[in-house]
Design a protein around this ligand. Structure first.
Ligand code: CMP
Length: 135
């Protein structure tokens, strides 16, 4: 089943010059990058994007981090993209992520966990619309 998923390389990935190496992993796996753009999230868009985390202890830190520099937003397409891309990314907490995953190879601390990817078909649809349809 061919799916599309939304992926964002976070400000820490851009600042550390990891863009090329991360995209390479998805292309090596056989996925296609079908949309891509670099942007700085406004506070409004960051809050909309992370509305499900509003009120959590780490929310303010997360918004500050996500608006601290540019991100790379993309749509990745391929066989079972949503699940497979999440597996390639690894555990949310970089210190718990297995070596061989993107977070497990490049990250160590929260909230700087390098990358985000949609976790469901509904989530992917919403995030793709938010970044590539209306803006
Ligand atoms: P992401 O998969 O984009 O979804 C929510 C983000 O919140 C997560 O990646 C981290 O960047 C951040 N996050 C989640 N849990 C924590 C935490 N306990 N402390 C700080 N940041 C967190």
């Amino acid at each position: 089943e061919i799916q599309q998923t939304f992926v964002a390389l976070k400000p820490d990935a851009v600042e550390r010059k990891l863009i090329g190496r991360i995209i390479q992993r998805f292309e090596d796996r056989g996925f296609n990058i079908i949309e891509i753009k670099m942007l700085k999230l406004s506070k409004e868009l960051a809050e909309e994007y992370y509305s499900e985390h509003k009120g959590k202890e780490f929310y303010e830190r997360l918004i500050t981090f996500m608006t601290s520099g540019k991100i790379v937003a993309m749509v990745i397409e391929g066989e079972r993209a949503i699940n497979t891309v999440r597996k390639m990314i690894g555990n949310t907490c970089p210190y718990d992520a297995f070596p061989g995953t993107i977070r497990g190879d490049f990250g160590l601390y929260l909230p700087k966990n390098i990358i985000h990817a949609s976790d469901s078909i509904d989530g992917a649809k919403k995030e793709i619309e938010l970044f590539f349809d209306s803006k």
